[in-house]
Design a protein around this ligand. Structure first.
Ligand code: PRP
Length: 180
């Protein structure tokens, strides 16, 4: 496996900066975090600790359907653990924005439940891969078109435990969403 693309220290510094911006933007307002399972739980835990203020938590799981290694474009959500979002400030926490199909679907589903505000906090973005016009309100890092693992990101459920973010292959190994 290659050298870390983003070492743990750099991730930690960026998480602390994002938490500081969130504290400035939300103040003492009640905040509901929606974490997209599974990879983003690592980022979410560090972010919540860095925030150092109460939040409520919800979870969404997403799966794509189709053949091959590329997403079919159809994302199916499980919203059972979303929590109450109506009339509340909601911040979606995601590990990676790749094609954008997952976040677009999650955003649409939450927006339909009339939150008071809705923003997206994303650790990594691959601008080259985006298929739908969606932007993170809070972004950790932009990366090239590499398949990345570590810090929650997996390849066939492996490597999530790594503290750094690493590239598994050369530029051009892309799609992240696992097929169901
Ligand atoms: C990955 C990642 C995002 C999604 C991004 O999830 O965690 O949720 O793909 O891809 P997109 O922008 O092209 O939709 P994955 O299916 O690997 O699930 P996991 O988090 O449970 O590993």
């Amino acid at each position: 496996m290659e050298e870390p693309l983003i070492p743990r220290e750099e991730i930690g510094r960026r998480v602390a900066e994002l938490a500081q911006r969130l504290r400035e933007d939300y103040g003492e307002e009640p905040l509901h975090l929606v974490v997209i399972l599974k990879g983003a739980i690592f980022f979410a835990v560090d972010l919540i600790r860095a925030l150092g203020r109460p939040v409520t938590l919800g979870f969404v799981s997403a799966a794509s359907y189709g053949a091959g290694t590329e997403s079919s474009g159809e994302v199916k959500l499980n919203l059972e653990a979303l929590g109450a979002v109506e009339g509340r400030h909601v911040l979606v926490v995601e590990d990676i924005l790749d094609t954008g199909l997952t976040l677009a679907k999650v955003k649409e589903a939450i927006a339909a439940r009339a939150p008071r505000s809705l923003r997206l906090c994303v650790l990594l973005e691959k601008p080259a891969r985006k298929q739908v016009p969606i932007e993170a309100d809070y972004l950790g890092f932009q990366i090239g078109d590499r398949f990345v693992v570590g810090y929650g990101l997996d390849h066939a459920e492996r490597h999530r435990e790594l503290p750094d973010i690493r590239a598994l292959g050369p530029e051009g190994r892309s799609g992240h969403r696992a097929e169901a």
